[in-house]
Design a protein around this ligand. Structure first.
Ligand code: TXA
Ligand code: MG
Length: 312
């Protein structure tokens, strides 16, 4: 069976919610990347996600919720955790909190942990689907494990169409890199994955951010395995110019095979990152990438590039 790609009408949203209630898998657009959604409470549906992605089952999933009220049924929020949720939800922030006694998310989706990852996505189609479904949806990025995250419905179709039930086309993702993951259980917030929400934004609400993500020898978030976002081409980073035989992924002015942002705008670069890596990977074995400043969204872009450049 090949999953149909449907435009995001109210009928499509109802059909998708129905598919999810029956244990099916639906690719849904979010503002960061496309997610592969399943009923979080249904262990069998969650198992189908792991199978479709070829993902190691120790890697837990993010539960997407429709409201703060739904989030608080699933997780226990400290006052500081709540202040982050109130400041940035809906949006590209995932909070790790203790699982609540009233939680409904299956053990398999949490990989047996006592904590849970929660987020309210900002994309209107994701929100409509969560409201129609009425309960948490787990959704990892809708790509085979270890490959590049999809930012267009066609990317999902290329890699996953035979393994899932339905794809909702919500257009290209506006942020383009995954959500920022903060462990909000401690006295200080911990950055487990840099992402679409810049670390400085977190600091503004809850200062004292610690960065365990920068210690790759001790991954705190199982998804922080070094080789993760990987094209099959060889990547050379911080390259001021291409060498013979290399395609060049530029940033700012100058000649390039493709340019993440000719005006050196980090938000534009983040939105283009995965689609351009995918496009170059399809046609080249060697890709050189221009230096990206490590401020704001540049931290997340450099994190993804560094992982993509590690060859096993
Ligand atoms: O932007 C996003 O976050 C996208 C969209 C679809 O929402 N989703 C996404 O999911 O990137 P995924 O599964 O590719 O990445 C989820 C990350 C993994 O690195 C996982 O290890 C981490 O979240 N994670 C989930 N639960 C966790 C927990 N309890 N403690 C620590 N890390 C956790
Ligand atoms: Mg992923």
């Amino acid at each position: 069976m090949t999953a149909p790609i449907l435009s995001p009408t109210p009928d499509t949203v109802d059909r998708a919610a129905d598919t999810l209630h029956r244990g099916g898998l639906v690719a849904m657009p979010t503002e960061t990347v496309y997610g592969l959604a399943a009923n979080a409470a249904n262990g069998e549906a969650v198992a189908r996600i792991y199978a479709a992605k070829g993902r190691p089952s120790f890697n837990p999933l993010i539960a997407h919720v429709a409201s703060l009220e739904m989030a608080q049924r699933e997780g226990v929020f400290s006052p500081k955790a709540l202040s982050l949720a109130e400041a940035f939800w809906p949006g590209p922030l995932t909070l790790i909190v203790d699982v609540a006694a009233t939680g409904t998310v299956s053990d398999l989706a949490r990989a047996g942990l006592e904590s849970i990852a929660l987020r309210i996505p900002a994309h209107p189609v994701a929100q409509a689907l969560l409201i129609a479904f009425g309960a948490p949806l787990v959704a990892p990025s809708a790509n085979p494990s270890g490959q590049i995250s999809p930012t267009h419905a066609e990317h999902v179709a290329e890699d996953m169409a035979e393994k899932i039930d339905l794809i909702i086309d919500g257009g290209p993702c506006t942020s383009g890199v995954e959500s920022t993951i903060i462990d909000a259980r401690g006295a200080r917030p911990a950055l487990l994955r840099p992402g679409s929400l810049a670390a400085a934004e977190i600091e503004r609400i809850w200062p004292g951010l610690i960065r365990p993500a920068l210690n790759p020898d001790a991954p705190q978030s199982p998804g922080q395995l070094l080789r993760h976002y990987a094209p099959s081409a060889h990547l050379r980073l911080n390259a001021d110019a291409p060498q013979a035989g290399e395609a060049y992924l530029g940033f700012g002015g100058g000649t390039a095979t493709l340019n993440l942002s000719p005006t050196a705008d980090l938000a534009e670069a983040a939105a283009n990152l995965f689609a351009m890596l995918r496009q170059l990977d399809a046609n080249h074995d060697h890709i050189a990438v221009a230096p990206i400043p490590n401020q704001g969204l540049g931290e997340a872009i450099n994190d993804r590039l560094t992982r993509a450049a590690k060859h096993a």
